[in-house]
Design a protein around this ligand. Structure first.
Ligand code: SAH
Length: 274
């Protein structure tokens, strides 16, 4: 598959705009300086470092939002190629992601870490879309961490619709805010394949994606589709303002009747400019 052109195009546009913006903000900086010159130099002159830091933060916020939108609107395979072309985009994405997450009162990955700590450490875990692999670093379990780019020897770089694991080898499959690609059902199908019978599927998703009031999908339709894949719904937790937790167990026996599953579309989660 060719490189996602939209992303490249937008990327180039973005840099162009950023350069222009940098020019504009330079003027802005000067005018700020002018205003500040009317009083005591020492007090009012903005620190050039502070100003540049602010600009850098704005630019990196813009890049984060662009990459984030890309990941939600392409397939996993395209996303893998996107980062292969320029792995620095992955770091850019995660800097922005961490900055967004730091605003959330509680992070879903913490909930999942707590769940794992309340269960046996002998459970083998697969963390789909592990990011900085915080989950693996926080528990004693054997964890296979998958993401599009590996910045850590413990992370396996792949498109998670196609992991390197044998069938029926893990006890827990985790998706913490990682059902991003337009082909997200293929990630859940892969999780079903590598899970042992009665294994756990733990999903944490951004609330607005599964809330019809905010234009999101009907969570019951999503749950029904996951059950048709071969799971039983065990936990539905809508109590958090930012994310929902949906836990499932893989059925002991898979149905021989293979019907086409009606997966709801999950809209992109776009972060606001701060
Ligand atoms: N689970 C972590 C990170 C969430 S960010 C946490 O809760 O903090 C979502 C992650 O999913 C990103 O790191 C992104 O690269 C990864 N991801 C998205 N699509 C993927 C795919 N097809 N294959 C592997 N990783 C993917």
């Amino acid at each position: 598959m060719s490189l996602p052109k939209g992303g490249r195009q937008r990327s180039a546009d973005m840099v162009g705009r950023s350069r222009k913006r940098r020019g504009a903000t330079h003027h802005g900086g000067q005018s700020e300086l002018k205003v500040s010159c009317s009083g005591s130099q020492k007090k009012r002159k903005p620190s050039p470092c502070g100003f540049l830091d602010k600009m850098r933060a704005k630019l990196s916020g813009g890049h984060f939002r662009m990459i984030n939108e890309k990941l939600y609107t392409c397939t996993g395979k395209e996303a893998l190629n996107y980062f292969k072309e320029d792995p620095t985009l992955f770091d850019m994405y995660h800097t922005g992601y961490q900055s967004q997450m730091s605003q959330w009162p509680e992070q879903p990955v913490s909930k999942i870490i707590k769940w794992l700590k309340d269960h046996s450490t002998s459970l083998v875990v697969a963390d789909f879309g592990c990011g900085d692999a915080r989950l693996a670093k926080s528990v004693k379990n054997k964890v296979f961490s998958f993401d599009l780019v590996s910045n850590d020897p413990s992370v396996i770089a792949c498109d998670m619709s196609n992991t390197c694991l044998e069938s029926s080898v893990v006890d827990v499959a985790v998706f913490s805010l990682s059902l991003m690609g337009i082909n997200y059902p293929s990630y859940l199908t892969e999780a079903h394949r590598i899970l042992k019978p009665a294994g756990w599927l733990l999903i944490a998703e951004v609330k607005s994606r599964l809330d019809p009031k905010t234009g999101g999908a009907d969570p019951d339709r999503f749950i029904k589709a996951v059950c048709e894949l071969g799971f039983k719904s065990e936990v539905k937790d809508y109590s958090n303002k930012m994310f929902v937790l949906l836990y499932f167990k893989k059925k002991e026996k898979s149905s021989s009747m293979k019907r086409e599953i009606q997966w709801p579309e999950l809209k992109a989660c776009l972060y606001k400019r701060r």
